[in-house]
Each structure stands twice: as structure tokens, then as C-alpha cells.
Design a protein around this ligand. Structure first.
Ligand SMILES: CC(C)(COP(=O)(O)OP(=O)(O)OC[C@H]1O[C@@H](n2cnc3c(N)ncnc32)[C@H](O)[C@@H]1OP(=O)(O)O)[C@@H](O)C(=O)NCCC(=O)NCCS
Length: 229
């Protein structure tokens, strides 16, 4: 089948076939530029309290070939970082796992035994306590009224806007695709439904969902500090 496909294929078709084959774990010999997808993922696991800075003045270092980690990032023990992670000036606690394509900005603190799923964006001003689960593609916000420029037309810089903090308390879970507006506290053990837009504080152990997120019920999750999930 691959031989037939190769004879007839355009570049695009070759790509599609390669993705199909790779998704089934097949080893294909098509001469597609997507063949690099078969290379093994980079999973970087820390064994120390901080990442050693590579060279003085370097803007970022990459423990794995597909990760960007600034020298001022502090990473705990047994932290797992997947491919295409971008970390800047943040702290990641022991035993936490950071998924593919996650970006974490400066000043963010991620506690111990957290799981941050792929494609999530965690901006400056966010604090994530221990044992927190963050689903895929979760977006945090730190500016309630964002503008590209100041009133005089200058491009805005960091001094031109106020970073509004957000806190996700111990043992809380944030469902995939949720958006957490700034200035919000998600209480201990709370659960935020997939796709929710959280505009107000979520009480401890509440289950909330929807846009805007409303309380569905309470949950009795037992948070066990340090045990992770
Ligand atoms: C929020 C959640 C925990 C609620 O679960 P639940 O308590 O079992 O709720 P139910 O399925 O009984 O639904 C209760 C009501 O809430 C609604 N609802 C449930 N989840 C919702 C969501 N994410 N957004 C909007 N409404 C939701 C249901 O439609 C239902 O409404 P109805 O009473 O009018 O029919 C769950 O639906 C959810 O979103 N979990 C997150 C999953 C996730 O993102 N995982 C990430 C890793 S893959």
C-alpha cells in the first residue's frame, strides 16, 4: 500500500500518509519531511533543585533539544518536562509534570506534584499550589483590559499595565479548555469543568462549569499534601 501511495503521491499526500502511519506506530520509508515525527520524544527529568545555567549571558538553555528553559527557572526534583516546553523565570516544585507545548511565564510558582497538561498557557501572576491538575489547553489571564499601545500610541511595555494575580489552591483541578480570568481564586479541592470561563472565585470543593462558570455541586475530594496523584 505504501508503494502504491508513493508512486501517486504529491508532497501533501506523502505527509498525510506519514502521519497516518506514525499514528499507528508503523515504520514507513516514505521520503516525507514529516518522517522526523518517528524520532523519540525528549522527556527531561530533573535530579536537582535548579537547572544549571549553560553559559553566562545565555538567554535560555535547552536540557532537551526541543525545550526552552531560561537560566532563571528553578526546578525541583523528579520534575518531568515533555517536548516543546517553554519556561521563563518560574518555579516548578518536586514531582510535577509539565506536558508538551506548555508555556509558563516569569514569576509563576507551580507547587509540588502538579500535573500541567499539554498546550496550557500559564502567565505571569499565577500561583498554582501543590497537587493541582491543569487540563489541556487551559488559558490564564493577567490583564483585564489589554491594549497593544498606550494612549500616546507607544507600544505598551511592562510598566504600562498592572499584572493581576490568580491563585489555584491545593488539590484543585481545572478542566481542559478552561479560561481562568485574572484576580480569581480557585479554592482548595475545587473542580472546574472543561471549557468553563471562570470569572469569579470558586469556593473550596465546589464543582463549577459553563460560561460564566456556575456551581453545579460540591465534591468531597481528599487532598493529601505531598502525595500527588
Ligand atoms: C464539570 C464536571 C466535573 C461535571 O461532572 P458531573 O458532576 O459528573 O456533571 P454531570 O455530567 O452530571 O453534568 C451536570 C450538568 O452540568 C453540565 N455540565 C457538565 N460539565 C459541563 C461543562 N464542562 N461545561 C458546561 N456544562 C457542563 C451538564 O450538561 C449537566 O447539565 P444538565 O443538568 O442541564 O443536564 C465534568 O463535566 C467536567 O467538565 N470535567 C472535566 C474533564 C476534563 O476537562 N478533564 C481533563 C483531562 S482529559
Amino acid at each position: 500500500m505504501f508503494t502504491l501511495a508513493r508512486r501517486r503521491s504529491t508532497g501533501l499526500f506523502r505527509g498525510i500518509i506519514s502521519v497516518w502511519a506514525v499514528s499507528r506506530g508503523a515504520k514507513t520509508h516514505l521520503d516525507s519531511p514529516l518522517l522526523h515525527l518517528t524520532s523519540p520524544p525528549t522527556i527531561w527529568k530533573s535530579n536537582g533543585p535548579t537547572i544549571p545555567s549553560s553559559r553566562p549571558g545565555a538567554p535560555a538553555i535547552a536540557p532537551g533539544s526541543r525545550q526552552v528553559i531560561a537560566p532563571d527557572v528553578e526546578i525541583g526534583e523528579r520534575v518531568v518536562l515533555r517536548d516543546f516546553v517553554n519556561l521563563y523565570g518560574c518555579q516548578i516544585g518536586d514531582d510535577s509534570r509539565i506536558g508538551t507545548f506548555v508555556e509558563i511565564q516569569k514569576g509563576v510558582r507551580v507547587g509540588r506534584s502538579c500535573k500541567i497538561s499539554s498546550h496550557t498557557f500559564i502567565c505571569e501572576g499565577v500561583t498554582i499550589e501543590d497537587n493541582v491538575f491543569i487540563g489541556h489547553g487551559v488559558t490564564f489571564i493577567n490583564d483585564a483590559y489589554p491594549r497593544a499601545t498606550c494612549e500616546d500610541g507607544r507600544p505598551q511595555t511592562e510598566v504600562d499595565w498592572e499584572c493581576i494575580p490568580t491563585r489555584i489552591c491545593e488539590g484543585a483541578s481545572i478542566g481542559s479548555g478552561a479560561t481562568i480570568l485574572c484576580g480569581v481564586t480557585v479554592g482548595q479541592g475545587a473542580m472546574v469543568g472543561a471549557g468553563s470561563v471562570v470569572t469569579r472565585d470558586v469556593p473550596p470543593n465546589a464543582v463549577v462549569a459553563g460560561n460564566p462558570a456556575r456551581i453545579l455541586r460540591s465534591t468531597t475530594v481528599s487532598v493529601q499534601p505531598g502525595n500527588g496523584r
